[in-house]
Structure formats: structure tokens, C-alpha cells
Design a protein around this ligand. Structure first.
Ligand SMILES: [Zn+2]
Length: 662
């Protein structure tokens, strides 16, 4: 251990002028600390004034530090503003640090908390706050300049490296103590702590074997049921399979052929085609769609079976994605009727609505004339039902279990347009070209923000934005994600963007990661950054994405944990931390979360943790909290010191290098 520590300290010595600093004999420090505290605080070791000086003066030149700190603070303020405007949550610890800088939300143009008044006359025009496009574009430009700024990049890269090493040290010093703390808790273990599958699509939430058995059962049970209309003639299930020359006996997982394999790597098109059982889109329509001739009966059945499995397991929960395409105004009502009529409901499940980015397809088919129509189809029913629940009774019921919006599609598709002030407004977007990712995200966000204000006034719950983001494609998707969404799915490309990764860490933006899914589509398992993110303290959770395509067992989420644990040698504490993260970032209500995590889960630091429920040792939670607080302190301290030093200098947040620098 000593060798490693010495290496760590001597590493600093090459970088600056303070070459003669003594190496601290850590062997002397450790046992003393350990004896006194019961566990050893890495912070105490690494952030003595000496080491802090090392960082401030040596690792990063002071001017670079101040410049970088200012940029980072600016970016955090931007996120805080957009979260507050849309009533999404922002990390408390980070908010406190920003508050200490003395800038209030008012100065940043954040809306005041509006006193809730019930809307009852239905006629009065409401003045609901909405985001400003000009400001958004300006903020995006600031963010884009920031993530490519050289000194800021170096600074963030080094902080991330430091966070990795610091965690390594924490593990070396405290691993046994964490394990002992877990053993001391009666009854609780990894199997009976709550975990949420934070990213999973309803249409592929069952595994292949399950779908196969279901299809066989349906063929035996309802052979004469008309399931499809072909050229004006009704087709029974028997007809459909006869036209394919198949009997129930012939069917196997191999003929179903829905598993992603090596041929789907970097081929999202091939992957999408796998959604069709036996390669036939008609079977997809019959079995895994909510809107078909049998009104989604089979799909509802199979989802209810998945729900029953979750309930039986008791501790596993899912946030299933259902699609709204925005092609027509009645999609919401149809979906809600499907859910209500078939009673597709479970305490273990919450819904997210995924909106595929397919405007160009609808526009070519002349289903839509402009982008505004898509937005109206998506949001008008929601405004109507919020103002008057009786206008769409089923939708009102269904929405109680919907927690937010997701944006989905192949991110690696090339984007021809850059979203700026010259971009056409949605009503003028009549191009056949698809709007870029940020355009979709901004307009979803903007409408959701207004809707949330209306819903809050009516005493209804609000929605959050949780898009697929950073799985592939350009890096600016992650900028939009950082500014507009409460948390994201995938985030793979953060590994190539140190500034953004550091920002996602400081703002504790949740990332639902699915390494098995990535392994089939975009990134081999051993290169997946999950374990690196986790060690640095980013809020990551494990999710399955598409069990139908990627998993083999009845418990896909456990399969995901199991493989991660074995490949990366995760400790029981790591696994429990991932599970706790998954509950924290999920859309389950506060009441449910406090039951699962402990009544004080909303507080900061170790007091937010209840090891009897989460099986996460307080030592781990304390380490995360102290590390985050210290990073924030380093940054805010640098900004404040600079403000004090340069009261007479021009006080602007510069993005470029400071004058007089190399
Ligand atoms: Zn997905």
C-alpha cells in the first residue's frame, strides 16, 4: 500500500516548483486515524492543507484553477436554472454550495415559487412561466465553449483522475469495515434490498422464452380469434401462422430470432429489425403492440405476467417505457384505454412515455405537415386532461402512474442541422429532414415545463425528462441532457468528455446504464465505463434496456447485476450502492422511497442512509458526501478567493485563458 501511496504523492512532485516537499510517511498516519474513528477518512489524508496546496499550486496553475472553477460554477448554475424552471430536482449538496456563492436564483432569472391557487373556473387565462428560446441558445453556446476549453478540460480530467485514485484509497483503507458493517445488519442482504430497473422498454420487457411460451399458449387458446385485418379480410391467429407455414410445435427461441448478436454491433437498423418475431412485423403488431385489432389484449396479458413476476420477487421494480409517437391526437386516449381496460397496473411498475424521434418518417408519409403538429399531438391532450380530468377520464387515471418522458432513437444517425436562433420554429419546420436531437429535447422540455406548472397548481404530480442520451452520436447530446433532463440513460460518451463527466458528477445527474445492451450495440463489455463512473461517485444505476434482446433468465435485472459483479469484481457494498442509486433516481413517489430507503433519505450525507433498509454502510455514504462536498468547496473557494482578490478587476466569467497565460 505504501508504495502505491508514495507513487501517488511523488506523482505530484514532477509537475511544479515545490519539488522539495517531503513525502508523508503514511504508515504513521493510518493506524492512528483508524483507531480513533473506527474507519479511515481518505479526505483527512489527502486534503490536509499541504495536499490541498499541492492541488491548487502544483497540479493545476492557480489561474487555470480559478478560470476552470468559474466555468464549472457557471455550468452548474445553468443546470440549476433549467431544473428549477421545469420543477425537476437538483442535487441539494450542490445547490447549497452554489448558494454560498451568494448568487440567488433571482439574479439568475429563475422563477419565484408561485403560490398555488386552484384553477376552477376554467375560463381565466393563466400566466404560466415558460423557458426562453434565445436564452437557451445562449446558454447552449456557453456550455459548448466550455466543454472544449483546453484548461478547463485539463482541470476536469485531473479532478476525475483524482476521484478515481481517492476511491481506490478509500477501498484499500475501508473495504473490510464496509463488509463488517453489512454483516452486522440483521436480515438485510443484496437480495432483499429494493432495486429499480431504471431503463427498460415495455415492448421488450419479457425474455425470449417467455414470449415464445406466450405465443404457443395463445395459438392453443385462441386459434379462431381474428387478430389482424389483411386487405379487408379478418385473419385468425391460425391463419397467420398457416400463412407462414408454422405450427406451435415448430416454434423455438431460434426461430423466434429476437436476440441481439454480433451482427447487431454498430447496426441499429438490424437491432430494430430484431423486434419482429420470426422476422415478421405482423407478429410484432399482434403480440407486442398496444394499438392493434385486438386492442393490445395479448400485449397486456404478457405485461401483466411480467408484473406478476416482479411482485413475486417483491424487491424488483421497473420503469417501463411505452410509446407515444405524436402522429395523431388520439394516441394518448388509446394508450390510456389499453392500460385501464386491461388493468395493466402494478405497485412495482411506473411508466415513462418514450417519444421516438421519427418526425422525418411521418413527414415523408404526409402524416404530419410540420413539427408543431407532432408537439400538439404529444402535449395538447395532456393540457386538456390537466385542466379538466373529465375530458379524458382514462388518461387521467393512467397519468397517475406516468412519471416522465423519454426520447428514443438511434443517436448515431447523422444530424444535418444545428439548432440555433435561425432554426425554423416548430410551425415552420416543414422540412423532410429530421430536427436535431437538441431540438426535440428542448421542445419536449419547454412544453413539459409549462405543463408541470399547470399541474402543480392543480395539485397533480409533475413530470421529469429522462432521455436516452450519450449512447452514440455527437457529444452535444450530452450537453442538452445536462441542461434539460433530470437524469439520462446510457451516458457512454461521457467517457470521452471530461468536462461534462465532471459536471454530471458535481450535479449528481443520474445515469441509467445497461452494459449488456451496449455490448450488443455500441461498446464491448470490458470497455464499458460504468465501473469507472461508479468509483468516481457519479450516480449510476444498472438497467436492462431490452431483456427480450439481451437476457436469458427470468430475472433480467439480477442477470445484469450478476454479470457486472463478476466481470468488474464488484463488492457487495458496490452492488447495494448501485441499487440505492437506482431507487434514488427512479420516479417512485417520496412516500415509497422513504419506505424503501429510510425516512430521512432526502437529507444529505450519512444521515440520509438507513443501512437496515439499503444495506449500504454509512461509511460509503459518508465518503461519497464528503468527497462531493470537498470538490464543490475547492471550486467555490477558488471563485470566492478570486473575487476577493480582484474586486476592482472586471468581474466576468471568462471562457478563454486569462491574460498573461500561456
Ligand atoms: Zn433503451
Amino acid at each position: 500500500m505504501q508504495g502505491k501511496l508514495q507513487g501517488w504523492f511523488s506523482g505530484q512532485r514532477h509537475q511544479g516548483e515545490m519539488k522539495d516537499l517531503p513525502i508523508i510517511p503514511l504508515t504513521l498516519v493510518l493506524p492512528l486515524e483508524g483507531l480513533r474513528k473506527g474507519f479511515i477518512k481518505v479526505n483527512k489524508l489527502l486534503s490536509s492543507s499541504l495536499t490541498n496546496n499541492l492541488f491548487m499550486m502544483n497540479l493545476v496553475p492557480f489561474t487555470d484553477l480559478v478560470d476552470a472553477a468559474k466555468c464549472v460554477v457557471k455550468a452548474l448554475f445553468i443546470r440549476e436554472k433549467y431544473m428549477s424552471r421545469s420543477m425537476q430536482s437538483f442535487c441539494k449538496t450542490t445547490a447549497h454550495s452554489l448558494q454560498d456563492l451568494g448568487m440567488t436564483n433571482q439574479e439568475l432569472g429563475v422563477f419565484k415559487e408561485i403560490i398555488e391557487t386552484p384553477v376552477d373556473d376554467g375560463i381565466s387565462e393563466l400566466d404560466l412561466p415558460y423557458p426562453d428560446l434565445k436564452e437557451y441558445i445562449a446558454d447552449t453556446n456557453i456550455m459548448m465553449a466550455l466543454i472544449i476549453n483546453g484548461p478547463v478540460k485539463s482541470f476536469c480530467y485531473r479532478r476525475l483522475q483524482y476521484l478515481s485514485s481517492k476511491f481506490q484509497m478509500h477501498i484499500l483503507l475501508n473495504e473490510m469495515k464496509e463488509l463488517a458493517a453489512q454483516k452486522k445488519v440483521p436480515h438485510r442482504d443484496f437480495y432483499n434490498i429494493r432495486k429499480v430497473d431504471t431503463h427498460i422498454h415495455a415492448s421488450s420487457c419479457m425474455n425470449q422464452k417467455h414470449l415464445l411460451r406466450f405465443i404457443k399458449r395463445a395459438m392453443k387458446k385462441y386459434p379462431g380469434e381474428i387478430v389482424h385485418i389483411e386487405h379487408g379480410h379478418g385473419q385468425t391467429l391460425k391463419d397467420v401462422f398457416e400463412s407462414m407455414n408454422l405450427t406451435a410445435f415448430d416454434l423455438s427461441v431460434d426461430t423466434l430470432d429476437m436476440h441481439a448478436d454480433r451482427n447487431t454491433f454498430h447496426r441499429f437498423d438490424k437491432f430494430n429489425a430484431k423486434y419482429n418475431p420470426i422476422g415478421e412485423s405482423i407478429l410484432r403488431e399482434i403480440f407486442i403492440k398496444t394499438d392493434n385489432h385486438i386492442e393490445g389484449k395479448y400485449f397486456a396479458h404478457i405485461i401483466k405476467e411480467v408484473m406478476a413476476d416482479l411482485e413475486e420477487s417483491k424487491y424488483q421494480n421497473s420503469e417501463l417505457r411505452l410509446s407515444i409517437y405524436g402522429r395523431s391526437r388520439d394516441e394518448w386516449d388509446k394508450l390510456a384505454q389499453w392500460a385501464v381496460n386491461h388493468r395493466v397496473y402494478s405497485d412495482n411498475v411506473r411508466w415513462l412515455i418514450q417519444v421516438p424521434r421519427l418526425y422525418d418518417v411521418y413527414q415523408t408519409r404526409k402524416t404530419l405537415a410540420n413539427f408543431q403538429e407532432l408537439l400538439e399531438n404529444l402535449f395538447l391532450p395532456l393540457f386538456e386532461v390537466t385542466i379538466n380530468p373529465r375530458s379524458h377520464p382514462e388518461l387521467h387515471l393512467f397519468l397517475e402512474h406516468v412519471v416522465g418522458f423519454d426520447s428514443v432513437d438511434d443517436e448515431s444517425k447523422p444530424e444535418h442541422h444545428i439548432f440555433n436562433l435561425e432554426s425554423p420554429l416548430p410551425i415552420n419546420w416543414t422540412d423532410e429532414d429530421n430536427p436535431p436531437y437538441s431540438y426535440y429535447l428542448y421542445y419536449t422540455y419547454a412544453n413539459m415545463a409549462v405543463l408541470n406548472h399547470l399541474r402543480r397548481r392543480r395539485g397533480l404530480h409533475t413530470f421529469v425528462l429522462r432521455p436516452h442520451c450519450g449512447e452514440a452520436g455527437p457529444i452535444h447530446h450530452l450537453v442538452s441532457g445536462f441542461m434539460l433532463s433530470e437524469n439520462i440513460s446510457h451516458g457512454l460518451l461521457l467517457r470521452k468528455a471530461p468536462v461534462l463527466q465532471y459536471l454530471y458528477y458535481l450535479a449528481q445527474v443520474g445515469i441509467a446504464m445497461s452494459p449488456l445492451s451496449n455490448n450488443s450495440l455500441f461498446l464491448s463489455y470490458h470497455r464499458n465505463p460504468l465501473v469507472e463512473y461508479l468509483s468516481r461517485g457519479l450516480i449510476v444505476s444498472l438497467s436492462t434496456d431490452d431483456p427480450l434482446q439481451f437476457h436469458f433468465t427470468k430475472e433480467p435485472l439480477m442477470e445484469e447485476y450478476s454479470i457486472a459483479a463478476q466481470v468488474w469484481k464488484l463488492s457487495s457494498c458496490d452492488m447495494c450502492e448501485l441499487s440505492r442509486n437506482s431507487v434514488l433516481m427512479s420516479g417512485f413517489s417520496n412516500r415509497v422511497k422513504s419506505y424503501w430507503l429510510g425516512p430521512s433519505y432526502m437529507r444529505e450525507g450519512p444521515e440520509s442512509n438507513d443501512i437496515r433498509r439499503t444495506n449500504v454502510p454509512d461509511i460509503r455514504v459518508a465518503y461519497r458526501h464528503e468527497t462531493l462536498s470537498e470538490e464543490l468547496q475547492l471550486i467555490t473557494h477558488a471563485v470566492r478567493t478570486d473575487e476577493l482578490n480582484g474586486m476592482d478587476e472586471e468581474d466576468t466569467l471568462t471562457m478563454g485563458p486569462l491574460p498573461g497565460q500561456r
